[in-house]
Ligand binder design. Structure first.
Ligand code: PLP
Length: 395
């Protein structure tokens, strides 16, 4: 086929214009669309936006069958401008930094927060400083942070050390801190919930599952739902399922024991680096979210996370490892009978498939210690001739 020829075209430019959403700055952002519910007094001239949010809902037979749930949707926050939901909190946090005339913004990060901060700070013309645990973040995230021009400080220690040190450094160096201890980050992240509810006609699912690390996102979702209920926008709050990795599970342990204090996990260990956190900052607010939503906390193994990721990836949707904890958790909760087959479920996919290509390739080539991949698709290497190729493709 050398060229494609169009048949009769039955559409006018005017109709095309009408199709496009009539949203104007800043309401073309999936965060600032809800400005009154997030930061009403923010002056337009201070807003630093990349039209974040506006992420889509997907469903796929293969994903539904894997979890054993007929009506299962994936909301893909990896479609945000820097590839994770962190952009939703960051647009609000960096805009606030501009409003306050801050000169330097900073954060500690397992990777995605620093990538997001670096991008938004560069847009705003602010200096950015990020602390990341040395050798513990996915390559795509490190690449973004460096490339967007942040000062990247690799701390010899884990995320929890970085988090403690950034708070000390911020106080000494007059830097504006943009971790989720900053309330504006949480305010922005509420927009995942607002947008999801709007997409579903303000009639939510029975369950929403999300990966839980530092617990900022879980907290934001709880706050968003209690506000929507109070405002009369919704009648019923969906149940939140917060999913942790078995190797980084302090919130799970606390919830399961019915304890009122969190005991930190000293040496958190999981392949899902975005949730490799032993001492989550927002556990109190997250506990509130569990209470108001009649939520549950579940834990899943790295193997379960990576198998769930392989299913999401092979359905054409794709996500980074931590994101797939949501689907792995839903499958486990379905098997336990906590979630019923006929219930409507949404999983939040928190990050993009390209964030951590090393883990993906290692899974498919069976090179990960203590992981038994159930859904491998390794590339094959062949000699450069047609015979060898035919042989490989017939195998
Ligand atoms: C930050 C992050 C999480 C964890 O969110 P918390 O708010 O820290 O609980 C999960 N997945 C991805 C991809 C993230 O970037």
């Amino acid at each position: 086929m050398l060229e494609v020829h169009l048949g009769e075209v039955d559409i006018s430019p005017k109709e095309l214009d009408k199709r496009a959403a009539a949203r104007e700055f800043p309401y073309d952002s999936g965060v600032w669309l809800f400005k009154e519910l997030i930061h009403e007094s923010m002056p337009s001239k201070c807003i630093v936006s990349r039209r974040e949010g506006n992420t889509k809902l997907y469903s796929h037979k293969r994903v539904s069958e894997f979890a054993g749930i007929r009506e299962l949707y994936l909301k893909h926050e990896g479609e945000n401008p820097t590839g994770s939901f962190k952009d939703r909190g960051m647009t609000v946090g960096v805009s606030e930094a501009v409003r306050l005339k801050a000169k330097i913004v900073c954060c500690a990060s397992t990777g995605n927060t620093s990538a997001s901060l670096a991008s938004y700070a560069a847009l705003a013309g602010l200096k950015a400083v990020v602390f990341i645990p040395s050798g513990e973040i996915a390559y795509g995230k490190l690449a973004q942070s460096i490339a967007y021009g942040a000062k990247v400080v690799q701390i010899k220690g884990n995320f929890d050390d970085s988090m403690r040190l950034i708070q000390e450094a911020a106080a000494h160096l007059n830097m504006y801190i943009l971790n989720s201890v900053n309330p504006w980050r949480i305010e922005g992240q509420k927009a995942i919930t607002f947008e999801l509810m709007q997409q579903m006609g303000w009639d939510g699912p029975d369950w929403i599952a999300l990966p839980a690390g530092n617990l900022g996102n879980t907290s934001a979702m709880g706050k968003a739902f209690s506000e929507l209920k109070e405002l009369g926008f919704i009648e019923k709050i969906p149940r939140i399922a917060a999913i942790q990795s078995e190797g980084a599970n302090p919130f799970y342990l606390m919830w399961k024991a019915g304890a009122s204090e969190l005991v930190r996990v000293k040496h958190p260990d999981t392949i899902a680096s975005a949730i490799k956190i032993g001492n989550p900052v927002s556990w109190k607010k997250a506990l509130k979210a569990m209470k108001i939503s009649n939520g549950v906390v579940e834990q899943v193994s790295d193997n379960q996370i990576l198998d769930a990721k392989a299913i999401i990836d092979a359905s054409g949707i794709g996500c980074e490892p931590a994101s797939a904890a949501s689907l792995a958790g839903v499958k486990k909760l379905r098997e336990k009978g906590v979630i019923k087959a006929g219930q409507k479920v949404v999983c939040i996919l928190t990050g993009n498939i390209l964030k951590d290509p090393n883990t993906t390739v290692s899974y498919h080539t069976n090179k990960l210690d203590s992981i038994k991949p159930s859904y491998m698709n390794p590339p094959v290497e062949v000699d450069g001739n047609l015979d060898a190729i035919m042989k490989a493709l017939k195998a």
